[in-house]
Design a protein around this ligand. Structure first.
Ligand code: BES
Ligand code: MG
Ligand code: ZN
Length: 495
């Protein structure tokens, strides 16, 4: 699906989308269209229940004039209160309505509001893309009329030639290509999404001028990544560390983004109960976000230098699996006693973080991971947890969260939490000594492997899968959390 821009004298598509405010009154540009069809649209609204509230839609599945064969009216509620989140939600509502009608293309009459046109266009276009995504590859009985039909959205704006707006739309199309890669990877079950698929996805990025290095078990063993390897050693699938580099800013220093790619988390011998295990195909949401982020940065030709790292393993039970009580030697040299095989994400990330910091000396490192159930308990589905001692990074990340609707809530991490990771026989344990503050002790474990490099950790356990506990956007399954956030952050903070 592609979005383009055009001007009013170009209304040649199957359908037209208009906006209304609370009370059901059409907004100014929509009113102009309504006049051209003898007020057919406003009359139809008057005869309906439509009140123009946020996310409310009104569909006319019949011609209202010679030019306009179908109409979708989208409510904006109190238009003076509408912010970019409202426009994203309006985009999603419009997309769902267009999908319902089955049209192939549509024009959409954009309105002037207090907000900058580019900002609302960006957010709205994101919403349309989010709504049009489908994960239906395993539905073999879909009839033609049930399949996705929509191909092209034409944004009707005052000044089509406005280069800024054209660029914004082009960039959203590129961004959402990345988001859709992430959504596919996270939605795919573990019998499809295994470390090999991550390797294949990374190799596909080579055509976007991203350099890709794959480290297999032999190399990882040589490098001494005893923690990452331990988590994957119970699986028949080979563990992989994937390192991708995108250069869009010459000789400037790189920032690194590291994703947890536990392709499935059974919990290991500390096995998860059935209900807790069901969604664990999504335990690679962090690595999935890193893949989509790399794709988006390259497609947008972002002026940033970024290293993306994915630690990809499967946490299984077998005669080869690691055991509770095992002592592992990490890449950094610290020995770690396994208090619980289900606290595996920190083991994978600890080695990946230590390696990339040591090897590439990035200016900054961010990790993104479905790390703890505790974070999901604390924040639910509307915020991801953000852990950093660097207030500047926290502020900038929070701002990107607000702009993209992928919101972050800062939770504490520091040495005090780190001191709760005690072991009697190894340097540290992978479990906190208390059952409380589980997401902060997990973050503090990671902190021990990062050293002095400015670092932030994002715990996305509660937000990687939207339909599990609800989230900021009304879509099902994976919403690609992290891609829009990280691209915004990296582009606005290139140094
Ligand atoms: N993958 C889970 C975290 C998780 C839970 C993600 C729910 C998404 C939804 C992680 O590996 C895990 O099992 N963490 C344990 C840690 C505990 C054993 C210290 C947890 O959160 O219970
Ligand atoms: Mg686990
Ligand atoms: Zn896990």
């Amino acid at each position: 699906m592609q979005i383009t821009t055009s001007t009013k004298n170009n209304l040649n598509s199957d359908c037209i989308v208009l906006f209304a405010k609370s009370g059901g009154d059409l907004l100014p540009y929509a009113k102009v269209i309504d006049k051209t069809c003898g007020s057919a649209i406003s009359k139809a609204i008057k005869n309906s229940r439509f009140q123009g509230g946020e996310e409310e839609v009104f569909i006319i599945n019949a011609p209202v004039s010679n030019e306009i064969s179908q109409v979708v009216v989208v409510g904006m509620g109190d238009i003076n209160q509408a912010n970019i989140d409202s426009w994203r939600l309006a985009g999603i509502a419009s997309g769902k309505a267009l999908d319902t009608t089955g049209v192939v293309s549509s024009s959409i009459i954009f309105e002037k509001t207090k907000l900058a046109e580019q900002d609302i266009a960006e957010s709205f276009a994101e919403g349309i893309h989010l709504a049009m995504y489908r994960f239906d590859r395993f539905l073999t009985n879909q009839k033609k009329h049930q399949q996705s039909a929509f191909e092209k959205l034409i944004l009707i704006v005052e000044d089509e030639k406005s280069p800024a707006l054209k660029t914004v739309i082009k960039n959203v199309n590129a961004l959402m290509e990345g988001v859709n890669i992430t959504r596919d990877l996270v939605n795919l079950p573990a019998n499809f999404a295994n470390p090999d698929l991550m390797v294949k996805t990374a190799k596909d990025l080579k055509k976007d001028k991203i350099s890709v290095q794959i480290l297999g078990e032999k190399e990882l063993k040589k490098l001494g990544m005893g923690m990452l390897l331990a988590v994957g050693q119970g699986s028949a699938q080979e563990s992989r560390l994937i390192v991708m580099k995108y250069n869009g800013n010459g000789k400037a220093p790189y920032k690194a983004v590291v994703g947890k790619g536990v392709m499935f988390d059974t919990g290991g011998y500390d096995i998860k109960p059935a209900a807790g295990m069901l969604h664990m195909k999504a335990d690679m949401g962090g690595a999935g976000a890193v893949m989509g982020m790399m794709k988006a940065l390259a497609k947008r030709k972002s002026k940033v230098n970024v290293i993306g790292v994915c630690g990809c393993v499967v946490n299984m039970i077998s005669e080869n699996a690691f055991l509770p009580g095992d002592v592992l030697t990490s890449y950094k040299g610290l020995t770690v006693e396994v208090g619980n095989t289900d606290a595996e994400g920190r083991l994978v990330l600890g080695d990946a973080l230590a390696y990339i910091v040591d090897k590439e000396k990035p200016a900054e490192v961010i990790d993104i991971a479905t790390l703890t159930g505790a974070c999901m308990v604390a924040l639910g589905g509307s915020y991801a947890g953000m852990f950093t001692e660097h207030t500047n990074i926290a502020k900038a990340l929070k701002k990107s969260g607000e702009v993209t609707g992928e919101n972050l809530w800062r939770l504490p991490v520091n040495k005090k939490y780190g001191s709760m990771l005690k072991s009697k026989i190894a340097d540290i344990g992978n479990m906190g000594s208390s059952p409380y503050g589980g997401s902060s002790t997990a973050a503090a474990f990671l902190q021990k492997f990062v050293g002095d490099t400015p670092w932030a950790h994002l715990d996305i356990a509660g937000v990687a899968m939207i339909d599990k506990i609800g989230g900021n956007i009304p879509v099902t399954g994976a919403g690609g959390f992290g891609v829009r956030l990280l691209v915004n952050y990296l582009e606005n903070n290139p140094k």
